[in-house]
Design a protein around this ligand. Structure first.
Ligand code: TMP
Length: 211
């Protein structure tokens, strides 16, 4: 049995992540790979309930550390019940967001110290990380405009203000720089097709798939 692989997608609001997660999944399935497409926060019924608490309502609804704990509670459920069992079966997992979102949003965005985030990571995730992380990068103004146009009612993070979103964009780029083996930054200003092709190029190269 081939080993399962874990690919995470990351980026700010309106970067087109969700569309590209589905496109990559379809392409992997077309290459004969058994894929589980999932998302964070969420991915299990209980974690989807936690998601609702996080993405709806007033931006100041949660004290930042409480919010961090909720994200890790949802993540632990997702790992134990979906991600790890799938990888053990030899399936590939493609997740719309994972822990770099916590580092960017709750760390760079809300100002929670990295030591607190990494301590919780050790506890809830341990010695495990994505095999590949695709970071979609887009100027903040453009992303927020696209996100607004999409008109998602569950837009708590969208309403956190432009400086917050500038900090988390910088955060994602810093994370990519610190983890050059795991992360690939993809310019998300192009067309859907161009972005899809750049992602496939990165995935095929990383996992030795036919281009
Ligand atoms: P989505 O809109 O990309 O589906 O994600 C839901 C929101 O949750 C998004 O605004 C980013 C936010 N988020 C965090 O703040 N921390 C996290 O750890 C995760 C996974 C998501």
């Amino acid at each position: 049995m081939t080993p399962g692989r874990f690919i995470s997608f990351e980026g700010g609001e309106g970067t087109g992540k969700t569309t590209q997660v589905t496109k990559l999944t379809q392409r992997l399935v077309g290459a004969g790979i058994d894929v589980v497409e999932t998302r964070e926060p969420g991915g299990t019924p209980a974690a989807e309930e936690i998601r609702r608490l996080l993405v709806e309502g007033d931006p100041r609804r949660w004290e930042p550390m409480s919010e961090l704990l909720l994200h890790f509670a949802a993540r632990r459920e997702h790992l134990v019940k979906v991600i790890w069992p799938a990888l053990e079966r030899g399936q590939w997992v493609v997740s719309d967001r994972f822990a770099d979102s916590t580092r960017a949003y709750q760390g760079y965005g809300l100002g929670i110290p990295e030591t607190a985030i990494e301590a919780l990571y050790d506890l809830a995730v341990g010695n495990f990380a994505p095999d590949l992380t695709v970071i979609l990068d887009l100027p903040v103004e453009l992303g927020l405009k696209r996100a607004k146009w999409r008109g998602d009612a569950a837009a708590r993070y969208e309403r956190m203000g432009q400086p917050f979103h500038e900090r988390l964009r910088k955060g994602f780029l810093a994370i990519a720089k610190e983890n050059p083996v795991r992360c690939r930054v993809i310019d998300a200003t192009g067309t859907l097709e161009e972005i899809e092709a750049a992602i496939w190029h990165a995935v095929a190269k990383r996992f030795d798939l036919a281009p």
